[in-house]
Ligand binder design. Structure first.
Ligand SMILES: [Zn+2]
Length: 268
């Protein structure tokens, strides 16, 4: 009412420009996170086993608490997949694949991966990727990233996947600076949560050694170069770390790994 045609056009233009240029507000990010998360929960093969889920959730919340006040409430989920991967949605919805848990040699390695993902959210890399995605208009093309992210066990059911996982894949393709920043975050925060940050590095090393040329999905969306391993190791060496940081958790990880193996055997 009372709007002229040109004022509507101008308002629309301002809206488009502000969407294209302004950083995502926390409210926008929270809204976006809920949207993508609702989709993922239908698409991904979520593990609802209480012990497995709680195990990952506790590690995640311990890390978030150590990171200090956050603008979002973080949520952690476990996805049944034979691919080593973990990914973060906007506003702190973090997913860890079962194979990542299976390949971790101790809890500090799993905590390292989770700490790195929390870092991507806390440093707003996921939100920035969403902005980048809008700028280059590739929302409809994110499907091409799905295979790269999911890979392994879920590749066979890729045809059943909708846009949520594809969007997650795109939102989790970071540049070198963002990867570095997430590593710095993990090295800072993990000791405050009681975990030895060396786990992040040893997990990278195991993956590089075992991949034999073809990098697993987590490494291709978060490339672990030897340069990155070396720089993370330097960070750790230079940090004034307290003694007695935790690497193992008294056999709990191994119990959870057995549970995942049993769960897999029961599957058709
Ligand atoms: Zn990363």
């Amino acid at each position: 009412m009372g709007w002229t045609r040109s004022s509507v056009v101008a308002a629309a233009l301002v809206l488009v420009l502000s969407i294209a240029c302004a950083p995502l507000s926390f409210e926008e990010e929270a809204y976006l996170g809920r949207q993508v998360n609702d989709q993922i929960r239908h698409e991904a093969d979520l593990v609802r086993d209480r012990q497995i889920w709680d195990y990952v959730r506790k590690i995640g919340h311990k890390i978030v608490a150590a990171a200090g006040p956050q603008p979002f409430t973080y949520h952690f989920y476990v996805v049944e997949s034979g691919a080593i991967n973990a990914f973060a949605l906007p506003a702190g919805y973090i997913y860890v694949n079962t194979e990542t848990i299976m390949q971790a040699r101790n809890v500090s390695e799993l905590a390292g991966v989770i700490g790195h993902e929390v870092g991507h959210v806390a440093r707003r890399h996921v939100a920035n990727n969403y902005r980048r995605q809008q700028n280059v208009g590739v929302l409809h093309r994110v499907g091409t990233y799905t295979a790269a992210l999911i890979g392994g066990g879920m590749a066979g059911s890729a045809a059943n996947m909708g846009g949520g996982l594809a969007a997650a894949a795109y939102l989790n393709s970071y540049g070198r600076d963002a990867e570095r920043e997430a590593d710095v975050f993990a090295v800072e925060v993990l000791p405050k949560a009681g975990y030895d940050p060396e786990g992040l590095v040893t997990f990278f090393e195991t993956m590089m050694r075992e991949s034999g040329g073809s990098l697993p999905a987590w490494l291709s969306s978060h490339p672990a170069t030897s340069e990155r391993i070396a720089s993370t190791r330097t960070l750790i060496r230079e940090a004034d770390l307290p003694r007695g940081l935790r690497r193992t958790d008294g056999g709990r990880l191994e119990q959870i790994q057995k549970r995942i193996a049993a769960l897999r055997r029961r599957r058709p």
